[in-house]
Design a protein around this ligand. Structure first.
Ligand SMILES: [Zn+2]
Length: 269
Protein backbone atom coordinates (compact mmCIF):
# COMPACT_ATOMS: atom_id res chain seq x y z
CA UNK A 1 0.00 0.00 0.00
CA UNK A 2 1.52 3.36 -0.99
CA UNK A 3 2.25 5.76 1.81
CA UNK A 4 -0.21 8.34 0.58
CA UNK A 5 -3.08 5.88 0.40
CA UNK A 6 -5.93 7.39 2.41
CA UNK A 7 -6.56 3.90 3.74
CA UNK A 8 -3.51 4.26 5.99
CA UNK A 9 -5.51 6.79 8.03
CA UNK A 10 -2.31 8.60 8.98
CA UNK A 11 -2.58 12.34 8.58
CA UNK A 12 -0.43 15.38 9.14
CA UNK A 13 -0.77 16.62 12.70
CA UNK A 14 -1.49 20.28 12.00
CA UNK A 15 -2.37 21.08 15.60
CA UNK A 16 0.84 19.38 16.68
CA UNK A 17 2.90 21.53 14.32
CA UNK A 18 1.31 24.72 15.63
CA UNK A 19 1.75 23.50 19.18
CA UNK A 20 5.44 22.91 18.55
CA UNK A 21 5.81 26.43 17.16
CA UNK A 22 3.98 27.79 20.21
CA UNK A 23 6.16 25.85 22.64
CA UNK A 24 9.52 25.94 20.94
CA UNK A 25 9.21 28.71 18.38
CA UNK A 26 10.43 32.27 18.41
CA UNK A 27 8.78 35.54 17.57
CA UNK A 28 10.40 37.57 14.82
CA UNK A 29 9.59 40.69 12.83
CA UNK A 30 8.89 40.16 9.16
CA UNK A 31 9.28 43.00 6.68
CA UNK A 32 8.47 42.79 3.01
CA UNK A 33 11.13 43.75 0.52
CA UNK A 34 10.19 45.62 -2.62
CA UNK A 35 12.33 46.88 -5.49
CA UNK A 36 12.23 50.68 -5.47
CA UNK A 37 10.41 52.47 -8.27
CA UNK A 38 13.53 54.59 -8.83
CA UNK A 39 15.15 51.65 -10.68
CA UNK A 40 15.93 52.67 -14.25
CA UNK A 41 13.68 51.16 -16.90
CA UNK A 42 15.02 52.89 -19.99
CA UNK A 43 18.49 53.05 -21.51
CA UNK A 44 18.04 56.82 -21.92
CA UNK A 45 18.22 57.11 -18.11
CA UNK A 46 21.38 55.05 -17.68
CA UNK A 47 22.02 51.38 -16.96
CA UNK A 48 18.70 49.55 -16.85
CA UNK A 49 18.03 47.92 -13.47
CA UNK A 50 20.21 50.22 -11.36
CA UNK A 51 18.91 52.30 -8.48
CA UNK A 52 19.16 56.09 -8.40
CA UNK A 53 22.03 56.91 -5.99
CA UNK A 54 20.29 59.92 -4.42
CA UNK A 55 16.87 58.28 -4.07
CA UNK A 56 15.22 59.47 -0.84
CA UNK A 57 13.01 56.37 -0.59
CA UNK A 58 15.61 53.59 -0.82
CA UNK A 59 18.81 55.62 -0.21
CA UNK A 60 20.18 54.26 -3.46
CA UNK A 61 19.91 50.62 -2.38
CA UNK A 62 17.20 49.73 -4.87
CA UNK A 63 15.23 47.88 -2.19
CA UNK A 64 12.93 49.02 0.57
CA UNK A 65 11.72 47.09 3.60
CA UNK A 66 8.36 47.90 5.13
CA UNK A 67 4.99 46.60 6.29
CA UNK A 68 6.45 45.14 9.49
CA UNK A 69 4.43 42.48 11.31
CA UNK A 70 5.38 40.01 13.98
CA UNK A 71 5.53 36.36 13.05
CA UNK A 72 5.94 33.11 14.97
CA UNK A 73 8.05 30.26 13.68
CA UNK A 74 10.72 27.68 14.31
CA UNK A 75 14.35 28.65 13.81
CA UNK A 76 17.07 26.07 13.26
CA UNK A 77 20.80 26.46 12.76
CA UNK A 78 21.95 24.98 9.45
CA UNK A 79 25.60 24.69 10.40
CA UNK A 80 25.15 21.18 11.74
CA UNK A 81 24.48 20.01 8.19
CA UNK A 82 28.21 19.68 7.62
CA UNK A 83 27.99 18.49 4.01
CA UNK A 84 26.11 21.62 3.01
CA UNK A 85 28.74 23.81 4.67
CA UNK A 86 31.61 21.96 2.99
CA UNK A 87 29.95 22.25 -0.40
CA UNK A 88 29.47 25.97 0.12
CA UNK A 89 25.69 25.87 -0.04
CA UNK A 90 25.37 27.00 3.56
CA UNK A 91 27.49 29.51 5.49
CA UNK A 92 28.05 29.40 9.23
CA UNK A 93 25.25 31.38 10.83
CA UNK A 94 22.65 30.58 8.19
CA UNK A 95 19.29 29.63 9.62
CA UNK A 96 16.28 27.69 8.47
CA UNK A 97 12.96 29.28 9.42
CA UNK A 98 9.58 27.54 9.38
CA UNK A 99 6.85 30.15 9.87
CA UNK A 100 3.59 29.34 11.61
CA UNK A 101 0.93 27.88 9.33
CA UNK A 102 -1.08 31.04 10.02
CA UNK A 103 1.74 33.43 9.09
CA UNK A 104 1.69 35.46 5.92
CA UNK A 105 3.92 34.48 3.03
CA UNK A 106 7.66 35.21 3.15
CA UNK A 107 9.17 36.01 -0.24
CA UNK A 108 12.58 36.64 -1.79
CA UNK A 109 14.85 39.12 0.03
CA UNK A 110 12.34 39.79 2.80
CA UNK A 111 13.86 40.71 6.13
CA UNK A 112 13.48 38.79 9.38
CA UNK A 113 14.61 40.50 12.59
CA UNK A 114 15.00 38.69 15.90
CA UNK A 115 13.17 40.25 18.86
CA UNK A 116 15.66 38.95 21.41
CA UNK A 117 18.98 40.83 21.62
CA UNK A 118 22.11 38.72 21.14
CA UNK A 119 25.81 39.64 21.32
CA UNK A 120 27.08 40.45 17.82
CA UNK A 121 30.54 40.68 16.30
CA UNK A 122 32.39 43.63 17.86
CA UNK A 123 32.64 46.66 15.59
CA UNK A 124 35.66 48.89 14.97
CA UNK A 125 34.67 52.52 14.52
CA UNK A 126 36.59 55.70 13.78
CA UNK A 127 34.95 58.42 15.90
CA UNK A 128 33.07 60.85 13.70
CA UNK A 129 34.57 59.61 10.43
CA UNK A 130 33.73 57.08 7.72
CA UNK A 131 36.07 54.10 7.56
CA UNK A 132 36.39 50.94 5.49
CA UNK A 133 34.61 48.99 8.24
CA UNK A 134 31.85 51.45 9.12
CA UNK A 135 29.99 53.74 6.71
CA UNK A 136 28.81 57.17 7.77
CA UNK A 137 25.68 58.03 5.74
CA UNK A 138 25.70 61.70 4.83
CA UNK A 139 23.28 63.86 6.79
CA UNK A 140 22.00 61.03 8.99
CA UNK A 141 24.33 61.25 11.98
CA UNK A 142 24.88 64.16 14.37
CA UNK A 143 28.41 65.16 15.44
CA UNK A 144 28.25 63.06 18.63
CA UNK A 145 26.84 59.99 16.85
CA UNK A 146 28.45 56.98 15.15
CA UNK A 147 26.74 54.22 13.18
CA UNK A 148 26.16 50.71 14.50
CA UNK A 149 25.80 47.96 11.90
CA UNK A 150 23.06 46.27 13.92
CA UNK A 151 20.14 47.77 15.80
CA UNK A 152 21.22 48.00 19.43
CA UNK A 153 19.32 45.69 21.76
CA UNK A 154 20.45 47.32 25.02
CA UNK A 155 20.91 50.93 26.03
CA UNK A 156 24.58 50.41 26.91
CA UNK A 157 27.38 48.58 25.15
CA UNK A 158 29.01 45.58 26.82
CA UNK A 159 32.44 47.21 26.49
CA UNK A 160 34.05 50.08 24.59
CA UNK A 161 37.81 50.62 24.41
CA UNK A 162 39.73 53.10 22.24
CA UNK A 163 43.12 52.95 20.53
CA UNK A 164 44.84 54.32 23.65
CA UNK A 165 43.34 51.58 25.83
CA UNK A 166 40.87 53.92 27.49
CA UNK A 167 37.64 52.19 28.53
CA UNK A 168 34.33 54.10 28.33
CA UNK A 169 31.50 53.74 30.83
CA UNK A 170 27.74 53.89 30.73
CA UNK A 171 27.80 57.58 31.62
CA UNK A 172 29.87 58.26 28.48
CA UNK A 173 27.43 56.87 25.94
CA UNK A 174 24.15 55.23 25.13
CA UNK A 175 23.00 53.12 22.19
CA UNK A 176 19.76 53.87 20.40
CA UNK A 177 18.59 52.26 17.19
CA UNK A 178 21.58 52.10 14.85
CA UNK A 179 23.54 54.75 16.69
CA UNK A 180 25.96 55.10 19.52
CA UNK A 181 25.39 58.56 21.00
CA UNK A 182 28.26 60.06 22.99
CA UNK A 183 27.75 62.26 26.04
CA UNK A 184 29.12 65.75 25.26
CA UNK A 185 32.77 65.89 26.24
CA UNK A 186 32.95 62.20 27.13
CA UNK A 187 33.68 60.17 23.99
CA UNK A 188 36.89 59.55 22.07
CA UNK A 189 38.21 62.54 20.10
CA UNK A 190 37.16 62.73 16.44
CA UNK A 191 39.45 60.51 14.38
CA UNK A 192 40.29 58.11 17.23
CA UNK A 193 39.54 54.44 16.61
CA UNK A 194 37.57 52.48 19.17
CA UNK A 195 36.11 48.99 19.48
CA UNK A 196 32.59 48.36 20.70
CA UNK A 197 31.04 45.09 21.82
CA UNK A 198 27.26 45.26 22.12
CA UNK A 199 23.96 43.41 22.07
CA UNK A 200 21.76 43.76 19.00
CA UNK A 201 18.68 42.55 17.19
CA UNK A 202 20.09 40.34 14.41
CA UNK A 203 18.67 40.81 10.94
CA UNK A 204 18.40 38.17 8.26
CA UNK A 205 17.49 38.20 4.58
CA UNK A 206 15.56 35.35 2.94
CA UNK A 207 18.26 34.29 0.52
CA UNK A 208 16.73 31.45 -1.44
CA UNK A 209 13.24 31.34 -2.80
CA UNK A 210 11.14 30.25 0.16
CA UNK A 211 9.71 26.78 -0.41
CA UNK A 212 5.97 26.40 -0.05
CA UNK A 213 5.19 22.89 1.17
CA UNK A 214 1.99 21.02 0.42
CA UNK A 215 0.32 17.83 1.54
CA UNK A 216 -2.68 16.67 -0.49
CA UNK A 217 -3.56 20.23 -1.56
CA UNK A 218 -3.18 21.53 1.99
CA UNK A 219 -0.43 24.00 2.83
CA UNK A 220 1.98 22.83 5.51
CA UNK A 221 3.74 26.17 5.57
CA UNK A 222 6.97 27.49 4.20
CA UNK A 223 10.62 26.70 4.67
CA UNK A 224 12.75 29.81 4.45
CA UNK A 225 16.55 30.07 4.38
CA UNK A 226 17.97 33.06 6.24
CA UNK A 227 21.37 34.71 6.02
CA UNK A 228 22.63 37.50 8.30
CA UNK A 229 22.10 40.82 6.54
CA UNK A 230 25.42 42.35 7.52
CA UNK A 231 28.89 41.15 6.52
CA UNK A 232 31.26 43.52 8.24
CA UNK A 233 34.31 42.57 6.20
CA UNK A 234 32.73 43.79 2.96
CA UNK A 235 30.53 46.50 4.28
CA UNK A 236 30.38 48.39 1.00
CA UNK A 237 28.91 45.49 -0.93
CA UNK A 238 26.20 44.22 1.34
CA UNK A 239 22.51 44.90 1.57
CA UNK A 240 22.51 47.70 4.14
CA UNK A 241 19.02 47.57 5.66
CA UNK A 242 19.99 49.94 8.46
CA UNK A 243 20.59 53.01 6.34
CA UNK A 244 17.03 54.25 6.11
CA UNK A 245 16.53 53.50 9.80
CA UNK A 246 19.34 55.62 11.20
CA UNK A 247 17.09 58.65 11.22
CA UNK A 248 14.53 58.49 14.02
CA UNK A 249 11.90 59.71 11.57
CA UNK A 250 12.67 56.93 9.10
CA UNK A 251 10.00 54.40 8.08
CA UNK A 252 11.02 52.09 10.94
CA UNK A 253 10.14 54.53 13.71
CA UNK A 254 7.70 53.28 16.36
CA UNK A 255 4.89 55.16 14.62
CA UNK A 256 5.20 52.66 11.82
CA UNK A 257 4.44 49.70 14.07
CA UNK A 258 0.69 49.88 13.99
CA UNK A 259 0.38 46.18 13.11
CA UNK A 260 0.46 43.88 16.10
CA UNK A 261 2.15 46.37 18.42
CA UNK A 262 5.67 45.31 17.57
CA UNK A 263 7.46 47.77 19.88
CA UNK A 264 5.97 46.02 22.91
CA UNK A 265 7.88 42.89 21.93
CA UNK A 266 11.15 44.58 22.63
CA UNK A 267 12.67 45.15 26.03
CA UNK A 268 12.76 48.77 27.22
CA UNK A 269 15.90 50.63 26.26
ZN1 LIG B 1 14.93 54.23 -4.79
Amino acid sequence: MPFNDPGLAIDMNFEGIEGLIGNRGVQVIHEMSMPCACITTSTTQGAVGSAKPGCTICNGKGYTYDDAVRMDGLLANLTFTRNFVQLGWVKPGDLSFAPSLHARVVSDFDKITLTTPVPVEPQIIVRGQESALTPRPAGQLADLEDLLLWEAGREFALRIKDEDGKVYRNTDHRCKGYKIIWTPGAGPAVGKTYTIKYMAFMEYIAWTTPVQRWDRDRSIGQRVMLRAAVVTQAVKQIIPPWVERVDDNAPRSDNDYTDNEIPTLRPPR
